[in-house]
Design a protein around this ligand. Structure first.
Ligand SMILES: Cc1cc2nc3c(=O)[nH]c(=O)nc-3n(C[C@H](O)[C@H](O)[C@H](O)COP(=O)(O)OP(=O)(O)OC[C@H]3O[C@@H](n4cnc5c(N)ncnc54)[C@H](O)[C@@H]3O)c2cc1C
Length: 482
């Protein structure tokens, strides 16, 4: 564990970094290594990775925001989860690493007029991230649930591949022996090693701004005690929900929080003849036959999460939970044309989040679930339990028409763990809320450097994109201010 900064009623620093997740940790490491006096403030606690089982309910309680129960309102509402701990989402996520495609980078560059956003530089930064996080495929055997997904896709002749993860494996290790190379294992120790201070369990409530220049942050400590921090520059890296919420509480509205983008997903639980559930790991294979519109993969399948996948039809499906060792949970994710909003409401601690799926999104979710059920049957599932109200239990291909006929997005448990685009970057001021390097429009010294900056959802797992953009912008800041 790194040494944490002791709480005080007031701190001073040159650069305040708010949030210690994928964006905040990488930015802090580079800035501290470049000689800046950096103070990182994190709302959650430092939790050692080995101190609890990954994907367990205990982990949800300690490292997820609101125990993992957060919702974007809409028809249907979309449940989303975020990390709230040192390292942010990187501590609790599946560790699946995907670079954005060249087509995605070109779309961002063109549609938002992002300056100096070349593929070569971007992918060189991805190389650097891959080395720092030891991104690699599983050296030995895969988990049974992953192998089944691969087998189902192969049987149908559908494109699939194994996604590398940010994991370190011992010699001769396999899927069960990986150690996640999250921010508490990589960039945060680097930042602190270079002199950055890390203050955990403090929430930044507001930035005080005078004529476009922020100079002070007001915080609340773990026991409710007030703290202030004075700074020269601030990087807001509180994630795609809390970055816009904090900026709004500090007086910035405009396009801030107006264009939330997510990858909505629907789930099913598949029951096989043998015990296949590995409750502390996730499958590493993904089916990409219909990408980028549709992708299929495996979810965490802790018994509690198996139960959650069955709750929409508990009366008909609930007794299957006793067979949880034979069950694994899988998802179909879509690229969405819909958008959402984040609005901070005076008097409420958390912002109001809404999201609107388009008709095409709703149809795609239904198609995705049916095709995913087909993969499962092909893999040998004897029963498939789709997660929407009034869903049939699918036991053969003949049942798929009934699944499709009964599906309604409004009745589905739609969720997401990929949130972005609430402060999009670019020089097109009709769409972007921050400039091409993350400086907030309307402010001299407030920078955003997290998932909020991505102009839209990348169609793949987003952490690589978040980190590459954060490293690029941190380097630009260093060049400008050294
Ligand atoms: C369950 C789950 C699984 C995922 N799986 C994958 C995956 O396999 N691959 C992938 O690429 N991506 C995955 N993701 C997404 C990935 O984790 C995020 O894209 C990434 O972490 C976003 O980085 P960020 O810096 O924007 O925000 P975060 O990493 O969320 O960091 C923000 C930090 O800011 C802190 N904070 C917020 N408000 C304040 C405040 N007011 N004051 C102080 N601190 C504050 C939060 O506590 C948090 O620690 C997953 C996410 C989740 C939740």
């Amino acid at each position: 564990m790194v040494e944490l900064t002791e709480p005080r009623s007031h701190h001073d620093c040159q650069i305040l970094v708010i949030g210690s997740g994928a964006g905040g940790a990488t930015s802090s490491a580079l800035l501290a290594e470049a000689g800046f006096d950096v103070l990182i403030v994190e709302e959650g606690a430092w939790v050692e990775q080995d101190s609890m089982a990954p994907f367990s309910l205990e982990q949800m309680d300690r490292q997820y925001r609101s125990g993992g129960v957060t919702v974007a309102l809409g028809r249907p509402s979309i449940a989303y989860t975020e990390g709230r701990c040192a390292g942010g989402g990187t501590e609790i996520n599946s560790g699946l690493y995907r670079r954005p495609s060249e087509a995605t980078l070109a779309r961002w560059r063109t549609d938002y007029a992002i300056h100096d956003f070349g593929d070569t530089e971007f992918f060189t930064t991805c190389d650097e991230i891959e080395r720092s996080l030891s991104v690699q495929t599983v050296p030995g055997r895969h988990s049974p649930a992953s192998e089944l997904l691969r087998r189902g896709a192969e049987g149908l002749g559908w494109q699939h591949d194994e996604i590398p993860r940010w994991m370190a494996y011992p010699d001769g290790g396999d899927a069960a022996t990986g150690r996640r190379q999250s921010m508490t294992r990589t960039y945060l120790p680097r930042a602190v090693g270079a002199g950055a201070r890390l203050l955990c369990e403090h929430r930044v409530d507001k930035l005080i701004v005078d004529r476009g220049r922020a100079f002070r942050a007001e915080l609340t400590g773990p026991d409710g005690s007030p703290t202030t921090i004075d700074f020269e520059h601030v990087l807001v890296c509180a994630g795609a929900i809390h970055t816009p919420a904090l900026l709004q509480r500090s007086g910035f509205r405009g396009l801030v929080g107006k264009a939330l983008a997510v990858h909505p997903t629907v789930k099913l639980a598949a029951r096989f003849d043998d015990a296949i559930n590995v409750d502390d790991d996730v499958p590493v294979h993904q089916v990409k036959e219909f990408a980028p519109e549709l992708s299929f993969g495996g979810s965490a399948s802790h018994p509690g999460l198996v139960a959650l996948a069955l709750t929409d039809n508990w009366r008909e499906m609930g007794n299957a939970v006793t067979a949880w060792p034979e069950i694994a949970v899988y998802y179909a994710a879509i690229t969405s044309q819909g958008r959402g909003r984040v609005v901070s409401v005076p008097g409420l601690k958390d912002p109001l989040v809404t999201y609107r799926l388009t008709k095409r999104d709703r149809d795609l979710l239904g198609q995705g679930l049916a095709r995913l059920a087909l993969v499962m049957l092909e893999a040998g599932a004897r029963q498939v339990f789709p997660s929407f109200k009034q869903a049939p239990i699918v036991s053969s291909r003949a049942d798929l028409a009934e699944l499709t006929g009964r599906f309604s997005a409004n009745a589905a448990s739609v969720m997401t763990v990929h949130l972005c685009s609430t402060v999009p970057m670019g020089s097109d001021r009709s769409k972007a809320a921050a400039d091409s390097f993350g400086r907030l429009y309307g402010a001299d010294n407030i920078y955003v450097n997290d998932a909020s900056l991505l102009p839209d959802a990348p169609g793949v797992n987003p952490q690589a994109s978040v980190m590459a953009v954060a490293l690029r912008n941190a380097r630009h800041f260093i060049e400008e201010h050294s």
